[in-house]
Structures are given as C-alpha cells and as structure tokens.
Design a protein around this ligand. Structure first.
Ligand code: AMP
Ligand code: MG
Length: 310
C-alpha cells in the first residue's frame, strides 16, 4: 500500500497532545495513546469501556527504546531477533526507572511489549518520542477490528482520528508469552507456538485461562459478535448461519466460508470480518463447523470458544 506521510504526521500530532488515535497493525487495529501519559491511557480505557484491571500492551519501535523501561533477558533477545517486528507480545519486568504510566499497567511491575510490523505504524513509532499503549480497537468484549471502517463502526465520532493502513495482514491478535521466568504462553495468537518452541528449543507451557477456572462457563467472554455461537456443529438448526472452514459446493445464502482451499492463515485473516458480516446479514445465531486444531487453527478455536460464551 502507498504510505501517506501527512496522515502519519496528523496521528503523531494528536498523540503528542495526549489524544487517542486508531492505528493499523499486522494483527488487528489498535487504539493508541502515549504510554508515558496517565491522561492518554485513561482515555483509552474510557473509549473501549475496558476494565481498569486489564493492562495494555505497549508498542515500541525497537530494542533501543525498550531498554529505558524493561529488563531484557536471553529468551527475549532470541525471540526478538527471530520474530520482531512481528505478531508476538512479551511480558517482561519493568525497570525501577520505567516511565510507563501506572494506568496502562494497573500498577503492575510487569509490562507486555510488542514491536508491530505494519509499515505505517513503524514510521509513526519512529517519529514519536514515546512508546504507545494500544489495545485492540474494539469495544471491550467485542470482536477486534481489522479495517479502518470496522474501527469506525465501533467508535464513530468518539475516536479523533483513524490512521489508514488497509486490512490487517494477520487479522488476529498477537501471541502473548511471559518471559519473566520459565516461558509461558498467556494468549494464543498469530504466531504459532510450534515455531516459538523451535527457537527456544524447549516445550513451552500454556496458561491461557488464568485464576484457576474450574468450569467452562466461567471463561471470560471475549471476541463476541453479539449473537450466540455453537461450535463443532454437524447439522445446523433452521435459520442459523453456518460458518465452515473450507468452501464446499453447497451454495446457500446462510453458508459462510473461512477459506477457499483450507489455508489456516487465510481462515484467521477472514474470521472477524466474516463474524461481523453474519451479524450484519441479520442472523440471530451462528453454527460453526469443525476447524482443524493445529497451528493458527488453535488460535481460531480459542477465539470462537470465548465468543461462544455470549
Ligand atoms: P488487547 O490489547 O485487547 O489485545 O489485550 C491485551 C492482553 O494483554 C490482555 O489479555 C491483557 O491481560 C494482556 N496483558 C497486558 N499486559 C500484561 C501484563 N503485564 N501481564 C500479563 N498480561 C498482560
Ligand atoms: Mg482485545
């Protein structure tokens, strides 16, 4: 896509004034604010209606700027070298001298950090004198936005500016890994765990449902299109939309397909937009067929499971 520097400057000027702007990333769009400013971070929580206890991911241009705020370690450096910029978020310890707003982290001593790959946002980060806190650009518990028009659907005039960056290439959130001690996956995401394991040369534990959830119904609702979802469905009920992994020959208006030929990355990229489309097409519920539970398929199934808790 063509890069428009005037747009990037407009976003920069607003961020310098502690305003929030929506930014494109390769995972999903984000609602960005100055991560060093309490005022800007408060605005992010208010806009998203996000609970104060859910900390924000902070986005940096590169390692050099991160050193001001976080303690780095060997596992981090290995993964940074291999995957950054890219769709992986690291939880690290903050330095005592860190300037990150306590609002962004809910006073945590840890910080989730990421280096987004999207060229527009990389230029913006290079221009700025501070890192940006940026959670996904959607109302809390709802589906993330992967285009500027989807951001507009959720926020309307409430957001001062949306920096255009086309459709997010991954279309699903980053993988979050806690690297403070033994590496631990906190959220499945766009980067496959299998690839991360190869670089660290060890099996990584997965802890994606914290605080000892004992029943499936206690899972946190998230990524919801606002209508009920049933999973692993073979036979649909009357008037349901049917979301299938791979295109088949059945040509019915209530059939939606995540991929043409069964590519998992393509399925992840299409997931949120298709869920939005089904809602817009006025269906009152969604039946989802089986989706392969490997690679990014695990991330898709994780999102759909949480969305089904509506
Ligand atoms: P979002 O930005 O909306 O994609 O969500 C960010 C995710 O990062 C949330 O699930 C947070 O709980 C998680 N997160 C942010 N900061 C931390 C942290 N310091 N430790 C653990 N998880 C974090
Ligand atoms: Mg989110």
């Amino acid at each position: 896509m063509k890069i428009n520097l005037a747009n990037i400057k407009k976003a920069k000027n607003l961020l310098n004034k502690r305003e929030c702007v929506a930014i494109p990333t390769e995972t999903v769009y984000g609602i960005a604010g100055n991560a060093y400013s309490d005022t800007a971070c408060k605005k992010i929580f208010r806009l998203k209606n996000r609970p104060a206890k859910n900390p924000l991911i902070v986005h940096y241009y590169d390692l050099k700027k991160l050193r001001d705020d976080c303690e780095l370690n060997d596992n981090f450096l290995k993964l940074y070298k291999k995957f950054c910029p890219g769709p992986i978020t690291f939880v690290l310890n903050q330095k005592k001298t860190s300037k990150i707003s306590k609002i962004a982290t809910n006073k945590k001593k840890t910080l989730a950090v990421r280096f987004p790959k999207h060229p527009v946002t990389r230029i913006l980060l290079k221009y700025l004198k501070f890192p940006i806190a940026a959670p996904s650009a959607n109302i809390s518990t709802k589906i993330s936005a992967v285009t500027s028009s989807e951001v507009k659907e959720d926020f309307g005039k409430k957001i001062k500016y949306i920096l255009e960056g086309g459709r997010s290439s991954d279309g699903i959130e980053s993988t979050i890994i806690d690297l403070r001690k033994k590496p631990k996956i906190l959220r499945l995401g766009a980067l496959e765990i299998e690839i991360i394991q190869k670089i660290l040369k060890k099996k990584i534990s997965i802890n994606i449902n914290p605080s000892k959830i004992s029943a499936p119904g206690q899972l946190r609702i998230h990524y919801s299109p606002g209508i009920p979802i049933r999973l692993n469905v073979k036979k649909i009920k009357k008037e349901e939309a049917f979301l299938l992994f791979k295109k088949n020959k059945i040509n019915k208006t209530n059939y939606y397909f995540l991929t043409k030929k069964g590519n998992l990355k393509e399925a992840a990229k299409n997931l949120y937009t298709i869920l939005r489309k089904i809602k817009k097409d006025n269906y009152k519920s969604i039946a989802v067929g089986k989706i392969p539970n490997k690679g990014i398929g695990k991330t898709i199934n994780d999102r759909l499971l949480r969305a089904s808790k509506f």
